[in-house]
Design a protein around this ligand. Sequence first.
Ligand SMILES: [Zn+2]
Length: 347
Amino acid sequence: MQILLTFDVEIWCAHWDRIEHQFPAAFDRYVNGGSAAGEFALPKTLEILGRHHLHGIFFVECLFAARFGIDYLRRIVELIQGAGHEVQLHLHTEWTDEIVPSPVPAIPGKRQHLRQYSLEDQTRLIALGIELQQAAGAARPIAFRAGNMAANSDTFRALHVNGIRIDSSIDATVRDSASDIRQQADVYRPSYIDNVASYPIGVFRDGWGRERHAQVGACAVEELFQAIKSADRLGWRQFVLLSHNFEMLQRRGHHPDRFVVRRFERLALFLERNATRYPCVRVSELSAPRSIGTGSLPRASHAAVWRRTAEQALRTAFYSMATVTITVLEAVSMPETVSLFPALSVV
Ligand SMILES: [Zn+2]
């Protein structure tokens, strides 16, 4: 069974009305994520992949470059391609109304989802994304993922018009994903939609019977192991894993989230040890979607879901306590204690 080890790469500012001021620091956090402990955004991700001889597919958001310049995007492309991985196309249309002149006819305000745009506008935005990525030194993208997974039927038509024949936007656990084609399309397994090969984000049933997507930052690593093995037993030919450039960082600041770092290290080791059975493939190596029926979803165990719950509780408690401790220490003017934080490792 082929594994698509995918990363969505994107940059966010805290306030849209202050992006001019905030973007340079946001770029540094989301791309480098540097702290005294190391650079835990893209550099650490690439280092772990390299150490375990794994191939990563990076869906890089590029509309931001129409606002802040191609040089920023080029730095991301160089980092990823320089480490031997591939860059594919990701669009977050939250950026559309920040671009001057507007790439689409005037819109009344911020539109979060690609599906909120007409076929014509989606076609324009995807064409702009392709142009920006190529200008930044990437090869012409052959695969696409919509921001927030919010593709609709027009997205597949727009991809076809732009010559992109592979999509990995659909996420059955996200309400805005493929909302207008859920009755006709298989939102769980690879299939063709308007002559575009669709490889949805991997979804499994957790120990409580709930659908969960296979995201590194949101699952216990045991759940991911079990979901992969279960999908293989069910005859799936591909399984898509999801992560982001910022998942190894704590929610605020540049410090690493040691729980997620540990999880990603364990997943990478698992994939390396099982590279023959579950190879992490390039987009160009994907075998074509083939119907395997509409049977049950991959499953993970009760033990794994309890593990996730316990880990998340521990993580919340640990970082809440660490934040309070640091705040108190800073408040009593002991600046040297700040450097203690990266050493509070639970790996
Ligand atoms: Zn995204």
